[in-house]
Write a protein that binds this ligand. Structure first.
Ligand SMILES: *Cc1c(COP(=O)(O)O)cnc(C)c1O
Length: 447
């Protein structure tokens, strides 16, 4: 069987929350000013109650609202695909499966959370959402979701992507969203950054500060974050829950589950539904692949840190490179975040997740092989998962193991990056440890 599909009525009707199952648990988020555990009241200024409940929930299963399932049904359940042409090309006995999250209307896994976030905001009377976006995938997902619920959406897009990757900007505008390059002149924090660093390429941390400031200034507006937070990882578990059923239909079970890691949400979405199996004694490895140019899990520190440059977000206990870390302008734009989801961070601390840092040339090469064997041009971010899968499948070509990875998105809108790669215009880059130490020295001091 090449493609394992579920019927619409077989779609999971609950998300899975891994938090109560993490050995050692996760630490509470702290108020950035008082360093006390952050109150739901304060977060209520930027997030709706429905999402805050999920953020703090200790329930294992959380029902997916009917209205969200209806919109999911536009592209879900997504296919699970056996990559047998890739296996043949590698000459491996490993069986490689991928969960194809590139089939959503915007071409990535991100609407799994965007739709849920728009729904819970709209339910509580919010008419307008603000957010940041790197390469534009989260912004386009949120604009798509906002349009579904008749809401407005304003997106602060990292300057370098705004200039170099106009197509997702067009997509956001097509869905009715408003897009500005960040840092922008539209917020005080944006103006302050521009005064200090007029030529900055921008960063997700800066764009988050702007989107938060905008949301805090208007009562009809809330902020939506595309990764990192518990509720975002929760919404993404629809992919892993489907994949679990599909693996069962295939009569197989993964020995290794792999995903690329930016803020950790697509990887968490695929892998966490297999954590109970791991805790019940099944041998499963979970491999999180990140770029060597933004090596949060492999070179960062597990500490309390802010999610944004201006330190407006709650302090999260996570692997971080420092909240003012500005990664080089590498092409896998969606993997440029300085922090990592607290759930993925905690699972890494427990040794359940194994992080792997990869260089961009080996990833693009893996992306080309995937396109030429499986026919799908993967998002540059997703090529990290593909490279990870290839490494696992070729360690021992004769070992018949089962590998499952998340194809988090399509690269059709990222063809200019492929063009640059094919012309020899990309280089490998490892972020120097001494520079990482410099930004880590500016972590907030928690006593
Ligand atoms: C945003 C994005 C990522 C990285 O985000 P995570 O939260 O780590 O999943 C990976 N792949 C694609 C296609 C993306 O759009």
């Amino acid at each position: 069987m090449k493609k394992i599909v579920l019927r619409e009525d077989e779609m999971p009707r609950q998300w899975y929350n891994v938090v109560p199952d993490i050995p050692g648990g996760i630490k509470p988020s702290l108020d950035p000013v008082t360093h006390e555990p952050v109150s739901a009241e304060k977060l209520g200024a930027i997030f709706p109650e429905g999402l805050l409940e999920q953020e703090m929930s200790q329930e294992r299963f959380i029902p997916i609202p009917e209205e969200v399932l209806d919109i999911y049904a536009i592209w879900r359940p997504s296919p699970l695909v056996r990559a047998n042409k890739l296996e043949e090309a590698l000459g491996t006995k490993a069986r490689i499966y991928f969960k194809n999250e590139s089939v959503s209307p915007v071409g990535s896994h991100k609407p799994n959370s965007a739709v849920a976030q728009a729904y819970f905001n709209r339910r509580e009377g919010i008419r307008r959402l603000t957010t940041e976006t790197g390469a534009g995938q989260w912004g386009s997902a949120l604009c798509f979701a906002a349009s579904k619920f008749g809401m407005q959406c304003k997106v602060y897009m990292v300057r370098v992507s705004y200039d170099q990757k106009p197509y997702r900007k067009f997509m956001m505008q097509t869905y009715g969203g408003e897009v500005v390059a960040s840092p922008s002149g539209d917020t005080q924090v944006g103006r302050d950054i521009l005064a200090r660093m007029p030529d900055t390429p921008g960063s997700l941390g800066m764009a988050i500060s702007e989107a938060l400031a905008d949301a805090a200034s208007r009562s009809d507006t809330h902020y939506a974050l595309g990764s990192v937070l518990n509720h975002v990882a929760l919404h993404q578990t629809i992919a892993g829950l489907e994949a679990r059923k599909q693996m069962e239909l295939a009569g197989d079970f993964p020995d290794v589950v792999i995903g690329c890691c930016g803020g950790g949400s697509n990887f968490a979405g695929l892998m966490t539904p297999f954590v109970p199996d791991y805790l019940n004694g099944r041998k499963i490895r979970f491999v999180g692949c990140e770029p060597a140019s933004c090596p949060t899990l492999t070179s960062g520190r597990l500490a309390y840190d802010a999610g944004d440059v201006a330190m407006m977000t709650p302090l999260l206990f996570m692997y971080t490179l420092g909240h003012d870390f500005v990664p080089p302008g590498l092409h896998a734009g969606g993997l440029r975040y300085h922090g990592m989801a607290p759930v993925i961070s905690a699972l890494t601390r427990e040794g359940i997740v194994e992080p792997m840092a990869l260089q961009q040339l080996e990833c693009f090469q893996a992306g080309l092989l995937f396109a030429r064997t499986e026919g799908i041009i993967p998002a540059p971010e997703s090529t990290h998962a593909i490279r990870g899968a290839i490494i696992e499948a070729t360690r021992d070509l004769k070992e018949p193991k089962t590998i499952l990875f998340n194809l988090s998105g399509t690269g059709v809108i990222d063809l200019p990056s492929y063009d640059t790669y094919l012309r020899g215009g990309l280089q490998d880059y490892s972020y120097p440890q001494e520079d990482i130490e410099k930004s880590l020295a500016r972590l907030p001091e928690i006593v």
